[in-house]
Write a protein that binds this ligand. Sequence first.
Ligand SMILES: C[S@@+](CC[C@H](N)C(=O)[O-])C[C@H]1O[C@@H](n2cnc3c(N)ncnc32)[C@H](O)[C@@H]1O
Length: 266
Amino acid sequence: MTKLQKLKKSIQYIIKQPSLVNLILDQNDIRKQQFQKTYPNFLSLPEVSLDEISNQNFESNVDLFILDGGSLPTDLALLKTLAKGKDSYFEIGTWRGESVWNVAKEIEDCTTLNLSKAEMEAMGWNKRYAELHGILSKKNPKILHLEGNTKTFDFAGLNKKYDLIFIDGDHSYEMVKHDTEQVFKHLVHDKSVVVWHDYAYNAEKIRYEVFKAILDGTPKEFHQNIYHPQNTMCAVFNRENYRTSAFESPKTPEFLFEVNLKSNQF
Ligand SMILES: C[S@@+](CC[C@H](N)C(=O)[O-])C[C@H]1O[C@@H](n2cnc3c(N)ncnc32)[C@H](O)[C@@H]1O
């Protein structure tokens, strides 16, 4: 097929199904161009190693299902490491509850917020997907499960600040920006640490839609304190000054992680 024929065919498909145009607009390359217009000098976050974050040789063990929509083992281990010595945790986006479950091994006071089952079903989401929410975290009765849509949720009404906050709900630009603004407005104190999931598609590929939302939603004076923990898909805000390195892709590996897998019936 020639380029012209491909263009004609594509236009025919778009006329039949206009939402297909989002496939082009959501392309990471297009998002990168939009990002660069706003942040020409900010192509990536500074990188910080997991050793630097844990202040020693990084070591952690985590529970995870290794199923669709789950985090990397290093993402969960990052949260668990940051949780050490902290007293309270708030999370947006529960899904099966793997992140809050792991953090709850370090922090007693854990809260996770997610859309209710009814709201997910009303939005036409898969019924079984809705039912599986919290399947792990609800096994820990100490974890507080809140239901709500962050679009309308009353964050001020919580009347509480948290030591560690994880933003991992809807990953569209609008919602990451919105959730970030709410967190910085209502939940952050002087020493809070904020983690975002999906800053990157994988440890080396930045997700520019989310990256832009993180920067647009975070007060400008804090931009210098946002880092990319190496080998994770996360970004982290911490007032601590880390030793950093520049983002590089393809990356020359610096760490070889040892992974021991053990299955337990669930
Ligand atoms: C990627 S999953 C969370 C994964 C979980 N943090 C983990 O690591 O185990 C995102 C979750 O956000 C929830 N979600 C999406 N949009 C939301 C919204 N507007 N308000 C609250 N929760 C939302 C989805 O139902 C889904 O469970």
